[in-house]
Design a protein around this ligand. Sequence first.
Ligand code: PLP
Length: 218
Amino acid sequence: MSIATNIQDFQKTLPQHVKLVAVSKTKPNADLLQAFEAGQRIFGENKVQEMTAKWEELPKDIEWHMIGHLQSNKVKYLVPYVSLIHAVDRIKLFKEINKQAERFDKHVHVLLQVKIAEEESKFGMDPAEARKLLSEDTLSKYTNLTVKGLMGMASFTEDKEQIKREFTQLKKIYDEFSESHNFTTLSMGMSGDYELAIACGSTMVRVGSAIFGERNYE
Ligand SMILES: *Cc1c(COP(=O)(O)O)cnc(C)c1O
């Protein structure tokens, strides 16, 4: 199987309303180019420096998504060219993204990351916190960013029922606020669980190893 074939398979099988983020972290530019030539335009990275380096080298009509945990002090390097930041999970980060967006005269699209995994996970707002933030509409004062929807990661488990419970929980919060916030994007599902995520209402899947093969971390 080649990267191009994998991309074409996803293009054929994903429902029309589901966007594919090709998660290219740790992969060389040559691999991204193969996916690009097969028609892929959205790429996801989890490190600011790696994304910046790839952005410089690769075609400018790529949409870059930051999918990983983001430190406030890195936001300024990202804002000039990022299309969507998936993992915004604290007010401090909203403030910093808005500040840098003002500085660069940009409007930045973000997703609110919600903690849905029953296993201990480090990142994401608790569902209660997320509901509070969205219902108070505190976010509308950040004029240079828009929350386009929610992002979540299910537990790393073989238990399909548990994963389904977790995705369903996120979809429920999404539905509660979708109209009032004009949401467009529910980012959930990775290589191992994207089919289940789509069945549970995902509109954007983040797929890495099923496209590019296993990653080698140094
Ligand atoms: C690495 C990563 C993915 C892709 O994982 P695969 O299992 O390789 O598809 C998706 N989302 C996030 C947040 C990631 O860090």
